[in-house]
Design a protein around this ligand. Sequence first.
Ligand SMILES: Nc1ncnc2c1ncn2[C@@H]1O[C@H](COP(=O)(O)OP(=O)(O)OP(=O)(O)O)[C@@H](O)[C@H]1O
Length: 579
Amino acid sequence: MIVHPELRRAARHARRPLLAATLLQGAVTLTYLAQAVLLALALAGLARGDTGRLPWLLAGVLAVVAARAELALWQRRTATRAGARARVALRDELLAHLGRLGPAYLTTARAGAVRTTLVDGVEGVDAYVSRYLPQLLVTLAVPPLVLAVLVVVEPRALLGLVPALLLALLGPRAWDRLLAARGKEHWDTYEGLGADYLEALQGMPALRAAGAVGRTRARLEERSAALHRATVAKLRVSLVDTGITDLAIQGGTAAAALLACWSAVTGSTTAAGTYLVLLLASECFRPVRDHAREWHAGYLGVSAADGLASLRTSVPAVPDTATAPAHWHTPPELSFHSVRFTYDGADAPALDGVSFTARAGRTTAIVGPSGAGKSTLLALLLRHHDPQEGRITLDGRPTTEYALDSLRQGIAVVSQETYLFHATIADNLRLARPDATDDELTRAARAAGIHDEIAALPDGYATLLGERGATLSGGQRQRLALARALLSDAPVLVLDEATSSVDERREADIVRELLNEVGGRTVLVVAHRLAAVRSADRIVVLDAGRVDAVGDHTGLVDAGGVYTRLVEAGRAHRGELAA
Ligand SMILES: Nc1ncnc2c1ncn2[C@@H]1O[C@H](COP(=O)(O)OP(=O)(O)OP(=O)(O)O)[C@@H](O)[C@H]1O
């Protein structure tokens, strides 16, 4: 009988259907009691040789059975609705919270574990809410009612029933803590296995390339064996629990039957009373038996409750309390003002005193060697983290003053790791703007240099893509993601190594075409390869978390320094490739 606060909270979303399901469950149980009473009266009549009322009593039994079938169906439907409501509300809440937690959360949590919590954990809550909770309430209400009836009929029967009921209900409570601990152990192992499998599946090409498939399989087998051990340990405790309940039920029923027979022999009760005790004693334990059965259905929810609570209460890396909408009428100016940011646990800041301005409606490039802080700078702009010092402004207003969702919608990002979905090319493009016309799709695809390739496919824009766009080349995926970003109305466009998989000959053309197409938006381009940034209005050179220089391509080359070294390194690299 574990009522975890997280599960109680989830049940609140379905208060009304849950109450209806509980009342209906109570009504189903009452039909068993009515059937017992009718049968006791019929049997007592038979014992006396009085069969006059027998047809009516048996007709009554049939009516009760029919009513129960109807009520049980209704109860199951209502309970399913209650479970679905709790499940949907909880999943929506968790998904919305995950959105607030942002990508920063997934640098510490494992995607597979989050998936297990969101899918299997929430399903467990459904079973707990729809099956276990109504039965628990009925179990607490019905046996006292039966005892109250039996007090009137044959009080001595209570001598057997009350201790047995107490043992059946309270005995297993001694195991609750152990049961909860085993459940948590089982859940943690299950979550870990889910995370390992997802990682292994996603990383299969890397595992193959490293010759690590066998080792990974062995690790997964060991994980599976650990899950099996955790399941058996959990079952063992659960079976002790069930065993005590069964023992109490059998013992209590037998004791009540013996006491009823004793009453009949001594003549202290009527025949009807004896049959009533015999039949009601068994009915008294029916809810307890059903409770034990439903407990197993709801146990997954109990095991997952801690994981659900910890996901739901995880604190986002940045607060989302501001309300200003990021609806700029003209493209905004973007400025970093003395921004300093150090990752948790890092010794040195990733950005230190970074100041620059990306002019409204112009293209600004951010370049710098690996580890210079380019990705960190973008993560701060999108508020995946907030800087410890300094501020970032858009249209003169600190980013912290905009509502987070609105801010992120106002900035379209195309990153090196594109994400395409198992849907048609057109659907993938329309993610950015569901109401985009076919002409607009074509125009965006043309600007991103992918239209001709799409048009050459047998199904054109209706071509179904593999998961994560697996049926396309890396360069094609990037160009589709570019087209998607072009379709969005976001006034700020961030291209983070967005053309790194496109061959260098086409890169300069695509970037030029792209910048024509986005004309009027504030664009930030981050790229290693300088062909992608040469045409930017302004280039900011980052080095070791600081701004080394700001200028245009020619000025920066003339000035020497980090930018010149990057240009030379690029030339040397191209030379090596050509050789
Ligand atoms: N999540 C993190 N936790 C701790 N340190 C981090 C984290 N992410 C990045 N860093 C560190 O911050 C510094 C800047 O990294 P960042 O990824 O911003 O550089 P970058 O210029 O984008 O590099 P690259 O061009 O290789 O992508 C590096 O020293 C990096 O090791």
